[in-house]
Design a protein around this ligand. Structure first.
Ligand code: GCB
Length: 586
């Protein structure tokens, strides 16, 4: 889906601000969709609603919540259409305009739109109501299930971050011509060749022009599909986010699509960007902040990129779901490389039992009653939606179609074979991978041949060999050797490694949980990585501490951050900074 951008033929009005909000109490039956909410409280959009109020009921709510506001509809010119755009409603939404349903969407981390032209009177205001549902099921991505206890209904899930919910990203009101550009796909070559394909149903005439960063036209072409060359091209490169704009003109519509010229390739155990070996330095991150939860916030976005650059990071993974469009645009502009991950996290009941589980949890990952053919269908649709949204971002160099799924069984192979194929079909221009879990070692793993790279989350020295970095080092080395033998030619990227670390806890003995242990832990991993040219990436877990469900494994959330949750560097951040800025490994 195209991100809403202004142009001579398009307007975009943000509807962010303080909306009315209420927890569901049979609101559908009571007619809340078309009437003012009976007992609303204020709620900022975008934000997760969970931590904004002081109410435990809001924090722990399971089910639908209602958002509402009045919106001024603009006057429309020449048959323009009026649309609503939602950046993300987590995890499912129904939208009504003046009581009439205009959209339903499932999937908490991707945008959706509704054409509301026929439901409003131009120039008059209308009532906008949204019901957002935070429930996860076996057929949602990510999966979860509900458990009814004496104390109430509880949402159980198999991933290690809090199930924040709400209108997490911007809401926008858009006008555009009835005949409009609805899709554009751009791929590029190093000599400046740009291949483009445009969809604009009903358009009689389609053309494109390419503007450089100074807004000068550097190339033009006619037709819905074509190849055009930029003379003396400036490449998009890690650390230098040079962007062009492809202006697509379809009859009266103009859509400006930013893009960069760069190539990506996996060859001889190397990850090549613009034909040169790239070494990933950075982190797995979360969209997670104090009070806002997963609500998008430009202040925190810019600050986080500042911190990444300060530390010498050149990349991150969108662990464990697609991030806001604004973040992807900003990564393009900043020249930060992105591993773009789906929301398929927690497809592995084997590992999650002890950490996140309830006593009654099921034991089989793939089955008729748990993750099944319908989940696979939803997962495939999600992969396609993500690729459709992010395919033109030069920062995105690799798709990760799942984090730590079960991957050592026949069932996992049947599940993933069609999904890897779907990702390749949706985007033949980028490598595809999945992130492997520690219990699925090279001797057991069954799906790596479907993918281009080996991505590993490893916790030697934390969940295993805790406080024994000597043994951890030897096992880590052995395992890397195992992957290299199993997957000749495939580069290895460490997508997670790191110990929980309580900021401020110092220990002469450098024992677990201390800042000293975190330093020693990273030193050990980096020493081992440097022995293997096949290891082309080091993304620590996590960029910052983040919120999780409470439990005996977590102290106020997951503490594996390089920075605290309020973005103060831990001691290891300085050490790792020296390495990353020191030019070692890229
Ligand atoms: C993992 C998961 C990540 C967790 C992390 C941890 O392997 O991918 O979501 O937060 O481990 O800290 O346990």
């Amino acid at each position: 889906m195209l991100f809403p951008r202004t142009s001579p033929s398009r307007t975009v009005t943000p509807l962010d601000g303080v909306w009315e909000f209420q927890l569901d109490a049979d609101g559908r039956e009571a007619g809340w969709a078309g009437n003012p909410l009976p007992e609303p409280r204020p709620m900022p959009v975008p934000s997760s609603y969970n931590d904004v109020t002081v109410s435990p009921h809001v924090h722990d709510h399971v089910g639908e919540v209602w958002y509402q506001r009045r919106v001024q509809a603009p006057r429309l010119h020449d048959g323009d259409r009026l649309h609503l755009w939602f950046g993300a409603a987590t995890h499912a939404a129904t939208v009504w305009v003046n009581g009439q349903e205009v959209a339903r969407h499932v999937g908490g981390y991707l945008p959706f739109e509704a054409d509301i032209t026929d439901h409003v009177v131009p120039g008059e205001s209308f009532l906008l109501t949204v019901a957002v549902d935070n429930r996860l099921s076996w057929q949602s991505i990510p999966p979860g299930y509900l458990e009814v206890e004496e104390s109430g209904i509880h949402q159980r899930y198999f991933h290690d971050f809090y199930n924040y919910a709400g209108l997490h990203r911007g809401v926008k009101l858009i006008t555009r011509p009835a005949v409009a550009v609805s899709d554009v796909t751009i791929t590029t070559e190093l000599d400046g060749t740009v291949n483009y394909r445009v969809v604009a149903d009903g358009a009689r005439q389609i053309g494109v022009r390419i503007l450089d960063a100074q807004q000068q036209v550097v190339a033009r072409a006619e037709g819905a599909e074509g190849r055009v060359k930029i003379p003396e091209v400036t490449l998009w490169e890690p650390g230098r986010g040079y962007l062009y704009t492809l202006e697509v003109i379809a009859d009266d519509d103009l859509y400006p699509q930013p893009f960069g010229v760069r190539t990506v390739e996996v060859r001889d155990s190397q990850f090549l960007i613009n034909g040169r070996p790239f070494h990933f330095k950075g982190y797995g991150r979360h969209e997670d902040n104090l009070v806002r939860g997963k609500g998008h916030d430009d202040v925190m976005m810019v600050h986080d990129f500042e911190l990444m650059r300060w530390q010498g990071a050149n990349s991150f993974r969108t662990s464990h779901y697609p991030y806001a469009d604004e973040v992807m645009d900003f990564a393009d502009q900043q020249g930060i490389v992105v591993i773009d991950e789906t929301a398929a996290v927690g497809l592995n009941i084997g590992i999650s039992g002890g950490i996140f589980g309830s006593p009654n949890q099921p034991t089989v990952t793939f089955s008729q009653d748990t993750i099944n053919a319908e989940t696979q269908r939803v997962h495939e649709a999600h992969i396609r939606e993500l690729i459709a949204r992010d395919k033109n971002h030069p920062s995105v160099v690799l798709w990760s179609i799942a984090n730590e799924p079960e991957s050592h069984t026949d069932a996992s192979r049947s599940y993933f074979e069609p999904l890897a194929a779907a990702a390749r079909e949706a985007d033949p221009s980028r490598p595809v991978g999945y992130v492997n879990v520690m219990i699925s070692t090279p001797d057991k793993e069954r799906i790596i041949d479907l993918f281009d790279v080996v991505m590993l989350n490893r916790y030697y020295g934390w969940y295993w060999q805790n406080n024994d970095l000597v043994l951890a080092e030897s096992l880590l080395r052995q395992e890397i050797q195992g992957w290299i033998s199993l997957c000749p030619g495939k580069p290895v990227i460490f997508t997670e490694y790191g110990p929980d670390t309580l900021a401020g806890m110092r220990d002469l003995q450098a024992r677990p949980w201390s800042e000293d242990y975190q330093e020693k832990f990273f030193d050990m991993y980096h020493r081992v990585f440097d022995e293997f040219p096949e290891v082309v990436g080091e993304q620590t877990w996590n960029f910052a501490d983040f919120q999780t469900i409470p439990g005996i494994m977590r102290v106020g959330g997951n503490r594996k951050g390089m920075f605290t949750r309020d973005r103060t560097p831990k001691a290891a951040a300085y050490k790792v900074r020296e390495r990353w800025l020191g030019g070692q490994n890229g």
